[in-house]
Design a protein around this ligand. Structure first.
Ligand code: HEC
Length: 445
């Protein structure tokens, strides 16, 4: 390290910097949030962030960025020569230059950093500890392709029986289909892939969780009538798998990739009311209890939990699965059903975390579940099963060669059950009382 520091020091009295000095006379104020943070987010956070921190050095929040590097201070106000992070951008020694094994950053971006140093390292964000991704301005996503070159696996779906519409997560969009498989609308300006779609209990608003792996995760709210973007609830640097309105719509729960579960106000989306800690890895799904106070979550850390959001803490933990827990659903007031990649579907007591019954246990990955009047639907790798949630008795199966990745079930009226299934090959199956009503490929072709 000493040797390297010395080398950095000697090699980075850079002619480029001298040259640039004259080029950056313009004295417009540099905004950290709008100009500097995006540079770090795009070029550095992948190796110096919460998931991976090369050299134990992070730049994923303003606070982290301002920590000393092992070579000295990252930034010194007004002094490029003493700002070691800056030196790592401009050194001519390709072995030291960041990002490694690639071209230097574009001159315009280097200039931005230089001017920010000259102007005294001003921070114009709301919180120095917040991940940079949360400070970034609203992103406008690229348009989706008119036609998809291949069908897209179904990663999120929602059945709106009242409107007779099926909402599907597409590529940078949410697709709105009618029951016959005709594309009715395309909601654009959405993250690359969508992982969950939910409807507000009263207002015509839809909530989506989406993202691009390793780069971005977002929760957006759209108007269901005009399809316009109404707000961004959460933004972070890894995909967000789930977000749900509370039963009365007054709150929004978000499953964060860092293992936390966040609760936001349902009217002022920017206001974070709670941060629930307890999972040690990505939260994969969540579901509200009808009381609007309890919230059940599942995680890659192999556990599922129940939180009391008023107390702000976990009140029960279920440790009966041995792999990632993928989905969860209430089966009555005090019972939860959770399904896991270990091939098991289990019910457990939501107050004690104790197992009630193993409903099913196989070798196949189980990806999703939902419960309607004691009947549990569990779907996964080559399987679609209905099981009695009280006694584990297997009721029906549908033979499917494909992976079924997602499901939704709602009441279609008096004693009528409607089920929506989505598969890995991009097909949608709509069943009413177990009879197929519709079966189509949900990609614009
Ligand atoms: C592909 C991964 C990768 C990317 C992208 C990357 N770095 Fe690094 N960085 C490393 C590795 C590996 C080291 C440790 C080896 C070294 O010191 O050269 C390192 C070390 C550093 C250090 C020294 C930290 C210390 O305390 O010793 C700084 C400062 C740094 N990087 C800044 C940046 C900045 C700024 C960017 C974005 C412009 C960036 N890095 C992008 C991999 C990366």
């Amino acid at each position: 390290m000493i040797l390297r520091s010395l080398a950095t020091f000697l090699l980075t009295i850079p002619p480029i910097a001298a040259l640039l000095q004259s080029a950056c006379l313009a004295e417009d104020k540099i905004s950290f949030v709008r100009q500097v943070a995006p540079i770090l987010q795009n070029h550095c956070v992948a190796c110096h962030g919460s998931k991976k921190a090369e050299s134990d050095y992070r730049v994923d929040s303003f606070q982290a960025l301002m920590q000393e590097t092992s070579e000295g201070p990252a930034f010194v106000s007004g002094r490029r020569d003493a700002s070691h992070l800056y030196q790592r951008l401009v050194t001519e020694d390709a072995d030291l230059r960041m990002p490694p094994e690639s071209n230097p950053l574009p001159t315009s971006e280097i200039e931005t950093v230089e001017r920010w140093i000259e102007q005294g390292l001003v921070f114009d964000g709301s919180s120095a500890a917040a991940p940079l991704a949360e400070l970034l301005p609203v992103i406008t996503h690229p348009d989706p392709p008119d036609r998809y070159p291949a069908s897209l696996p179904i990663s999120a779906l929602l059945l709106l029986t009242k409107h007779e519409r099926i909402l599907i997560g597409g590529y940078h969009e949410i697709l709105v289909w009618d029951y016959a498989g005709t594309l009715k609308a395309r909601i654009r300006n959405q993250g690359q892939r969508t992982y969950s779609i939910a409807m507000h209990p009263i207002k015509p608003l839809i909530l989506s969780a989406s993202g691009t792996p390793g780069k971005l995760g977002e929760v957006r709210i759209f108007d269901l009538d005009s399809f316009e973007l109404r707000g961004i609830v959460a933004q972070t640097d890894e995909v967000i798998m789930d977000a749900q309105f509370s039963p009365d719509g007054s709150r929004i729960a978000v499953a964060m990739p860092d293992g936390t579960t966040r609760v936001y106000s349902g009217s002022n989306y920017a206001e974070k009311e709670r941060e629930l800690l307890g999972h040690s890895d990505q939260v994969t799904s969540l579901t509200w209890h009808s009381d609007g106070i309890r919230l059940a979550t599942t995680s890659r850390d192999h556990t599922a939990k129940v939180f009391d959001i008023e107390r702000g803490e976990s009140i029960a933990t279920f440790t009966g699965h041995s792999a990632c827990v993928n989905d969860i659903s209430f089966a009555g007031d005090k019972t939860l059903l959770s399904v896991s990649s270990d091939g098991s579907a289990m019910t457990w007591n939501a107050e004690t975390g104790k197992r009630i019954k193993s409903l099913f246990s196989g070798k196949q990955n189980i990806l999703a579940c939902c419960v309607r009047q004691d009947k549990a639907l569990v779907v996964g790798e080559h399987m679609v099963k209905w099981i009695d949630a009280r006694n584990g008795q297997q009721l029906e199966n549908i033979n499917i060669d494909d992976w079924c990745n997602s499901c939704d079930c709602v009441s279609g009226g008096e004693n009528e059950d409607v089920h929506l299934l989505g598969t890995h090959s991009g097909r949608i199956l709509l069943l009413r009382d177990k009879r197929e009503v519709s079966n189509f490929t949900a990609s614009p072709r």
